[in-house]
Design a protein around this ligand. Structure first.
Ligand code: SF4
Ligand code: SF4
Length: 159
């Protein structure tokens, strides 16, 4: 009797499994042939933080205040403010470097920026062989902002 019950249970689970296969087999595939086909990135996808360019002036919104760098848990942002010949602060970055090798895409830097200077770009294709190439400078970050969908996310809202 025990053996018959086991056989019945096994047969039932096999039929159940095949029913799932049958149901799914006629649906369109969810996989795509990456990299020939690209996945559609929903607006607000967290690819990497990038520097926003002011549409009117063409300059970065960044004032080099350094709040993003101080808010970044793994410390992957380096900001150096530009100064004039007299040492006066110019309120713009001489250098802005972001190490995507350390970035965990937490969005905290973007939340912290009071000048609407950072956005999260949907770009996720940043694989490299040399980890040193994962450090993006301000020009690269601005170029990615121009070329990819980017959105500011603050308080969980897309702004
Ligand atoms: S990106 Fe924003 S928070 Fe970071 S230095 Fe520039 S202005 Fe300050
Ligand atoms: S997303 Fe998070 S880990 Fe990446 S740079 Fe911003 S604060 Fe740092």
């Amino acid at each position: 009797m025990g053996v018959l019950n086991d056989v019945a249970r096994a047969a039932k689970s096999i039929v159940k499994g095949h029913m799932v296969t049958l149901r799914e087999i006629f649906k369109p595939p969810m996989t795509i042939r990456y990299p020939d086909e690209k996945p559609e990135q929903p607006k607000g996808s967290r690819g990497m933080p990038v520097l926003k360019v002011n549409a009117e002036t063409g300059e970065l919104n960044c004032t080099a205040c350094g709040l993003c760098a101080r808010s970044c848990p793994p410390g992957c942002i380096e900001v150096i403010e530009e100064t004039d010949a007299n040492g006066k602060r110019m309120r713009r970055p001489l250098a802005y470097n972001l190490d995507m090798g350390k970035c965990m895409v937490c969005n905290l830097c973007i939340e912290a920026c009071p000048f609407d200077a950072l956005e999260m770009a949907a770009n996720f294709e940043i694989s490299v062989y040399d980890p040193e190439n994962l450090v993006f400078n301000k020009d690269q970050l601005a170029t990615i902002w121009k070329n990819y969908d980017a959105v500011r996310i603050a308080g969980g809202e897309k702004l």
